[in-house]
Write a protein that binds this ligand. Structure first.
Ligand code: URA
Length: 210
């Protein structure tokens, strides 16, 4: 597994406002959207492409286009939904699948309650969206499912990662074609499984509910 922390002043600026407890839900949603688009630019660096011949008004030349099958983007419900538009802005022709996963707040274990995506992902590059890589349980379960269905490689796009979660992913997904792209690697998890300093509960902050 590879981890890529995107080091860019615009990413750092937007992330700092996201972290601020005074940032309201509409602003939080807009900043998440903008931040994901910046992360998507880095996350798609290895997206598969083909050479194509194109004719400009001046000459015939060789261009680039995304390969088939198109990538699949999979937001993990609920909070990953807040990242979908930011990702598909750069990959408008991507197919979108959905994965509903919930974390038991006591055991911190992830379980799947909804799956809506092709059964056969052979040859597909998959981008999985989840704002917080905390314990790693949800992403490990999601990525295993995607790879079992045949995905050739999986890139997890997250806003924040905790070292504990990265360690779990490195151990559980060792040797698999997995990359994590994050805006920051934070200090630690607290006793409630929240990332410190973090930004709180991403779903609640996006959607304004408890
Ligand atoms: N999920 C969140 O929304 N926030 C955290 O800090 C950890 C998990």
């Amino acid at each position: 597994m590879r981890i890529h922390v995107v080091d860019h002043p615009l990413v750092a600026h937007k992330l700092s406002t996201l972290r601020d407890e005074r940032t309201d839900s509409p602003t939080f949603r807009r900043l998440t959207d903008e931040l994901v688009t910046l992360l998507a630019y880095e996350a798609t660096r290895d997206v598969r492409t083909d050479e194509v011949e194109i004719t400009t008004p001046v000459a015939v030349t060789t261009g680039t286009r995304l390969s088939y099958p198109r990538p699949l983007v999979v937001p993990i419900l609920r909070a990953g939904l807040g990242m979908l538009d930011g990702m598909t802005r750069l990959l408008p022709t991507a197919e979108v699948g959905f994965l509903g996963m919930v974390r038991n707040e006591e055991t911190l274990e992830a379980s799947t309650y909804a799956t809506r995506m092709p059964d056969d992902l052979s040859g597909r590059q998959v981008y999985v969206l989840d704002p917080m890589l905390a314990t790693g349980g949800t992403l490990v379960a999601a990525i295993r499912l995607l790879i079992e269905r045949g995905a050739t490689d999986v890139t997890a796009v997250v806003l924040l990662a905790a070292p504990e979660g990265v360690e779990v992913m490195e151990k559980e997904l060792a040797g698999l074609p997995v990359t994590v792209v994050t805006a920051a690697l934070d200090q630690r998890l607290n006793e409630h499984g929240y990332i410190v300093p973090g930004l709180g509960d991403a779903g609640d902050r996006l959607y304004g509910t408890a």
